[in-house]
Design a protein around this ligand. Structure first.
Ligand code: FAD
Length: 356
């Protein structure tokens, strides 16, 4: 249930293992958070939660093959770039091999049009991907592999038979299944299953894309405290992103877009004249501790894979792999205890007992 990058990647992995897979999507697949993402594969980021690092690093290692297979199978060209990131960070060193600090001369050799802020700078050997090309490839590959995608079906509850998940009900029909996986992103808490609801919340992110002058095109992702800049191979440059607690609201605020544009202009002055192609907002699936929710639930046959917050594009390949292992074999190669839905089990009860 849920046709974002997480649901699609897991559907593909389960199908590879021979399962029959039905993807139930409320709207069109791949049009929510996954469509809105910048696509940085930020495995060197020192600010990512420590508990998540093993998954982040494993997923980054899987990425080249993940992209290659999807492109081969779908015939869709995926914009996957491996130029690396120039990160300006007020203190923390980046993580992992290949991270090195940069002098002003090195920065201007890497990106001549960049005016570096007065902050320590590092090179992070990260890749980035255009999530829209990735989603197009995943949808085409899913169809090719015989995954049935039902769109326009809003799943409302898990069907339970003899204490086991037996499918999902939507506003229009009932879909029978031996196992159900909730991959509904920021909306995951809306699916009734008679167990602890998945405590995801929407965390809004606004972004814009523009076309910089040809002479000032960036090669690297640039991360600064007020804005990040992510180049695409077709010449677009994406600027992002806000992190806002605004409920399920996806309106774009022109003043916020201008603020991001101005912050980027301080880094690359010619961006002031660049034409804005598009602006948008998406809803990241956040959780109370900002860690994903991955694994089993107290209802046999009902699983959850969501809450990937700012790293869902990066974490898609490893999420698909471990969830498919868990569904097929009842165990997987990582300890999922930190990501278990059970960590939230007593919260609802506690707040009911202490309503203040
Ligand atoms: C501005 C922005 C920038 C980002 N940048 C990055 C980045 O650089 N790198 C990175 O790794 N991540 C990034 N992210 C985070 C990333 O986009 C998310 O973590 C990821 O897309 C989550 O994927 P998902 O499949 O769980 O959710 P979604 O893509 O939101 O998919 C969930 C799907 O479930 C469907 N659904 C919901 N409810 C129901 C229902 N009841 N029945 C049926 N279907 C339902 C929805 O319609 C949707 O298609 C960014 C996010 C934003 C908003």
């Amino acid at each position: 249930m849920g046709g974002g990058i997480i649901g699609l990647s897991l559907a593909l992995e389960l199908r590879r293992q021979g399962a029959e897979v039905l993807l139930v999507e409320r709207g069109e697949p791949g049009r929510e958070a996954s469509h809105a993402a910048a696509g940085m594969l930020a495995w060197c980021d020192p600010h990512s939660p420590a508990a998540l690092r093993p998954l982040i690093q494993a997923s980054a290692r899987l990425y080249p093959e993940f992209v290659y297979e999807l492109a081969e199978e779908s015939g869709v060209r995926i914009d996957f770039r491996r130029e690396g990131t120039i990160a300006f960070d007020p203190g923390c060193p980046g993580m992992g091999p290949g991270v090195r600090s940069l002098t002003a001369e090195e920065i201007s050799a890497l990106e001549p049009s960049l005016i570096p802020p007065k902050l320590p700078a590092e090179f992070w050997p990260e890749a980035s991907v255009d999530p829209r090309t990735l989603l197009a490839a995943a949808i085409a590959a899913a169809r090719r592999r015989g995954i049935k995608i039902v769109h326009g079906a809003h799943a409302t509850e898990v069907v339970i038979k003899e204490g086991h998940a037996a499918g999902v009900k939507s506003d229009q029909s009932l879909f029978a299944a031996e196992n159900v996986v909730n991959c509904a992103g920021a909306w995951a808490g809306g699916l009734k299953a008679g167990v602890t609801p998945v405590p995801t919340r929407p965390v809004k992110g606004q972004m814009l894309a523009l076309i910089p002058p040809e002479k000032d095109r960036l090669r690297h992702v640039v991360r600064a405290p007020q804005v990040y800049l992510v180049p695409r191979s077709d010449g677009r440059l994406l600027l992002g992103a806000t992190v806002e607690e605004a409920g399920f609201d996806k309106t774009v605020d022109p003043a916020t877009i201008q603020r991001l544009h101005r912050a980027a202009t301080r880094l690359v002055p010619s961006l002031a004249e660049a034409r804005i192609l598009e602006d948008w907002a998406g809803l990241r699936p956040g959780t109370p501790d900002n860690l994903p929710v991955l694994g089993t639930t107290s209802l046999p046959g009902y699983f959850v894979a969501t809450g990937h917050f700012r790293d869902g594009i990066l974490l898609a390949p490893i999420t698909a792999r471990i969830m498919a292992q868990l569904i097929a074999a009842g165990e997987c190669e990582f300890d999922l205890a930190p990501f278990s839905l059970f960590r939230f089990e007593n919260e609802g009860q506690a707040s009911r007992r202490n309503p203040g």
